[in-house]
Write a protein that binds this ligand. Sequence first.
Ligand code: QV4
Ligand code: CA
Length: 512
Amino acid sequence: MRLLLILLLFGSCTGQFNPNVACGRTSIVHLFEWRWEDIAEECERYLGPNGFGGVQISPPNENLIITNPNRPWWERYQPISYKICTRSGDEDQFKDMVTRCNNVGVYIYVDAVINHMCGSGVGKGSSSTCGSSYSTNDESFPGVPYSNFDFNDNKCKTSSGDIENYDDTDQVRNCRLLSLMDLALEKEYVRGKITDYLNKLIAIGVAGFRIDASKHIWPRDLQAIVSRLNNLNTHWFPNVSRPFIFQEVIDLGGGGISVSDYFDIGRVTEFKYGTKLGKLIRKWDGEKMAYLKNWGEGWGFMPTDRALVFVDNHDNQRGHGGGGDSILTFFDARLYKMAVAFMLAHPYGFTRVMSSFSWPRNFVNGKDINDWIGPPSYNNGSIKAVPINEDSTCGDGWVCEHRWRQIKNMVIFRNVADGQALTNWWDNGQNQIAFGRGNTGFIVFNNDNCDMDITLNTGLPAGTYCDIISGQKNGDSCTGKQITVSSNGTANFRISNSDADPFVAIHLNVKV
Ligand code: QV4
Ligand code: CA
């Protein structure tokens, strides 16, 4: 009985931190603005076979249609109702996606926008993705329904009604973020509408939620909502599995709100990760890769079992949200691949890979005036399908970083190394570093402006391995470099600073 109680307690407090990925899978990918049909295909043809654990999807609930500017990606962060009905697809398409992805062991994580509805200056109309009406004049959203009782106006003490000072916790949580209509999440009624929405998604079979703008939600309100969520659908998940919760809180140090305010509820986004890693790999501010030796908590990051980590996200890849100029993206492909490979090789945190659409950046006085541009789409506003080229890359403006050989192969590296400690660290005091993961994998970086020719202890069993960065294993041969590990575990690595990618990685599954 006592044991059962302990088990129950344990289960109830560890549940929402567990990403629920299928055994042997360790990363998710954000398929930003993809259509549900395309995600279903991608699960079956690519993500399942290549060991991806899941997909973070764009918000599936009805949103405001914005035409000035013309259909920006950020219209999806202005909810009108909780009907599953967006440019990505309708409810049937959503269900089909969840079923097909789950059936191949790739789970769906929903971006839940629950802090607010649309912008407060929008007015009255029904220009929304499912045609539901709204009026910000009398604060009414009949598609939910919400009325003027359900917003925070009375609690917010600023004269504009917007957040004016980020150091004032009350403002940050009670006032309007970016002027978006702020929901009163302490109200039973509002909590009920949100839990109904999330529980409906759980019944369909999703595995968890990204909680958008968590910093702007009182932790006790979020805790109340999370505790009312149902267990996951047992058609795909073990009995009493809790939905995975990861909360978007931008905490780069300083400010009144800390990521630790949210540790009891679920995991939290670690925004320091991408900012610092970008600086290191760009070698800004005198930073060097040798400093990565104590990466993780040693850098003042949150505990690894609370961290959701990423190199860039849909906001900071285009200058929104937090992170700053150091953030690496697909625009800096060579450095970006190093950053993502480092993240996937290193044991810290639960990893999310970004998969973007491209847009024509246009910096005017340091700001990209095209930061609003939405996904590849037709003149009528519908989002374009993601076409797959013969070489397995994507067309029509979809970048598909997750399909870049180096990134896809490192997702597999992480699966192979799962549970293994960081071992055999080596660095030259500058920007050449190497480390292993137990005796399962080894990675070497040369981010210095000179060539590297060195013999290192890899910890791997003797044999010939295919480098998964310059190529990969193809039957019994390698399409790129070969690395020979001798009987004492050492191997010679030659990496020129002019190599297409100045790093090498090998693991147990690419031995020939
Ligand atoms: C503008 C002015 C306001 C003015 C208002 C008048 O900026 O000062 O009062 O008009 O109506 C868009 C526009 C923004 C506009 C706002 C309201 O960019 O200019 O306000 O709409 O109409 C995304 C975009 C935002 C966008 C929002 C809603 O990034 O630009 O706002 O969607 O469409 C903080 C938070 C963090 C947040 C981050 C961006 O702590 O939580 O800012 N990140 C998440 C998401 C992000 C999303 C939101 C939160 C909001 O990752 O994508 O914002 O859901 O750091
Ligand atoms: Ca709020």
